[in-house]
Design a protein around this ligand. Sequence first.
Ligand SMILES: O=C(O)c1ccccc1N[C@@H]1O[C@H](COP(=O)(O)O)[C@@H](O)[C@H]1O
Length: 208
Amino acid sequence: MGMRTRVKFCGITRREDAIHAARLGADAIGLVFYPKSPRAVSPQQACQIVRGLPPFVTVVGLFVNAAARYLHQVLDRVPIDILQFHGEESPEECNRYGRPYVKAIRMAEGVDLLGLEQAYGSASALLLDTYQIGVAGGTGQVFDWSRVPEGLSKGIILAGGLTPENVAQAVMKVRPYAVDVSGGVEQNKGVKDAAKMAAFMRGVDSVN
Ligand SMILES: O=C(O)c1ccccc1N[C@@H]1O[C@H](COP(=O)(O)O)[C@@H](O)[C@H]1O
């Protein structure tokens, strides 16, 4: 039996969704600190969401080209374990906070993942997301999974349009370290659907 694929539920805006994620055995929850996102939370909301979360559930803070000052403000207030940079942040910017981070790569045509893996050598992992012009992420669209090259040395976090229906196939095809989902387990933007979250976990478990 291989290693169990980790699961991150991203774009959590309600405490009950965070607790449900933990009960289902999720490895991580993601909080979006990007004001233009319909799933954005303030530092104060974030603190309320993670309060009472059981231990060993990783809290991920997602940022898109955020100002360093804002990022420091969030880090001072919210117990974030790992940063997710979802914009055009350089490796130097990602390293500036002395925290572990994952770098999201949007799968535009011709993207050189092996080169990016070297450039972001200090990243804990690369997160691969669908490319859509003018959209930073959370597109709800899949990309062509066969474009993930073999020979990457770090684990891949697979994102982009994952759903309870397609996640098993995605895991079988890509064998990622983790899967990351937002829109595919929502009833409305920012509001998770408890049944879809459970079905998503079952989909992952069916492959492991
Ligand atoms: O969720 C958002 O609104 C968002 C905004 C800006 C950057 C990233 C965002 N979300 C992340 O995008 C991927 C894929 O999401 P989806 O499953 O296709 O909805 C995931 O990492 C989200 O957390």
